[in-house]
Design a protein around this ligand. Structure first.
Ligand SMILES: [Zn+2]
Length: 399
């Protein structure tokens, strides 16, 4: 089956920057992009979408989420906004520990059903590829449970889902040394044997694992052929970004305290820095990433949602693009490129997705705006008209 998307005001190809092609069409054949620009076709069986007054963009790639979890934390949210500080909430059993408790309590079927609902929601906001982390299990059977749910969603969903094993925090009443040993000697080999995750990720920060502990875990994961990610420098500069550069991680994420020299190091070793503006906004964190240094070093930047029940309940990538501009001061072009091309690179999938060019998988989003600057500008509006995955409409409204 072939598809023609015609009369688009702008097609954002991601070639040499954002790569705008005006007044153009896209021909899709066998789930791949065949032609971009002026399309001539004599195909009889052709599904046609009129993209008049619309912008066509690569499907959004959300490269950092914690989309599978049990329960919800609105009580903590209410406490936090009325001025109770996070440490006090954590001491009262809140924070990650709370989600761990509720995730352990949930059955696989419950986690699956909720996960599926959330995936249906992100499709409506134009996401076509999503990474999902474990990390609320904190024991071998519970982490395996989470990863099995993520893999079942991956199998059943029309989206591309990338599973990540996240070493999130030390479980209650366990010594950190013992937990690191458990992760290295039991969890990593077991998850590798069952092929349940593509990436291994660790929370390297002053409130989580040290640089030394993170290195030990990631090196073990590397031995078992995991690709690597790291939650780095969110609450303090503990050298997480430098470690990412040293170990050639695919991405390093958060990076609020990362310095210019660490940014240079990441660029040199090909790490994709991934910024999460939704979290900064949702938690009202004042510290901002060093955007000017990314610009001056010409270091590419991905942006992602970090969707999770504690620190960011935003799963809409158009909103995340807006927040990258409003909260972090990224320019419009960089924010859109970060949510598509560099999101794909942060998952090591740019050979397949993340741009609109001949041969790429036809993952596209058609937006009801007539130029790309309106994408972040229309902050309060749902601008997604169609979401297209592998050349098939998976979401669409007639308006
Ligand atoms: Zn995260």
């Amino acid at each position: 089956m072939a598809m023609l998307i015609k009369n688009a005001c702008e097609i954002l190809t991601m070639k040499d920057g954002i790569g705008v092609v005006k007044d153009a069409s896209i021909l899709i054949e066998n789930s791949r992009i065949k032609t971009v620009g002026k399309v001539k076709t004599d195909k009889k069986k052709l599904e046609t979408i009129n993209a008049k007054n619309c912008v066509v963009c690569p499907g959004f790639v959300d490269s950092h989420t914690h989309l599978v979890y049990g329960g919800s934390r609105e009580d903590e949210f209410a406490m936090r906004v009325s001025g109770v500080d996070y440490e006090k909430i954590a001491r009262a059993g809140g924070g990650i520990a709370n989600t761990v408790k509720m995730t352990r309590k949930a059955t696989k079927q419950e986690l699956y059903n909720q996960g599926k609902q959330r995936i249906n929601n992100i499709i409506k906001h134009g996401t076509t590829t999503v990474e999902i982390k474990s990390g609320y299990g904190l024991s071998t059977p519970e982490e395996l449970k989470m990863l099995r749910v993520i893999n079942k969603l991956k199998k059943d969903s029309v989206l591309d889902i990338i599973p990540t094993y996240l070493v999130h925090t030390v479980p209650y009443q366990m010594k950190r040394r013992d937990y690191i040993d458990l992760v290295r000697e039991e969890m990593i080999p077991e998850i590798a044997k069952k092929k349940l995750a593509v990436f291994c990720d660790i929370f390297c920060d002053k409130i989580a694992f040290t640089k030394k502990e993170s290195k030990k875990v990631l090196l073990k994961a590397k031995e078992f052929n995991f690709k690597l990610k790291i939650h780095a420098d969110e609450f303090a500069n503990v050298g997480g970004a430098r470690l990412a550069a040293q170990l050639n991680c695919t991405s390093a994420d958060h990076l609020l305290y990362t310095t210019k020299s660490a940014i240079k190091a990441m660029k040199k070793s090909g790490v994709i820095p991934t910024l999460l503006p939704g979290t900064s906004f949702f938690l009202q964190i004042k510290k901002k990433p060093y955007i000017k240094a990314y610009k001056s070093t010409e270091c590419p930047v991905a942006i992602a949602s970090d969707f999770n029940p504690g620190s960011c309940m935003i799963y809409s990538m158009p909103k995340i693009i807006s927040l990258a501009c409003i909260v972090y001061g990224m320019c419009v072009e960089d924010a859109i490129i970060g949510a598509t091309k560099y999101g794909a690179k942060a998952l090591d999938l740019f050979d397949k997705i993340g741009s609109i060019e001949k041969g790429k998988q036809a993952d596209l989003v058609i937006l009801c705006v007539d130029n790309y600057k309106k994408i972040p500008y229309y902050f309060g509006e749902d601008i997604v008209k169609y979401t297209i995955k592998k050349g098939r409409i998976i979401y669409g409204k007639n308006r």
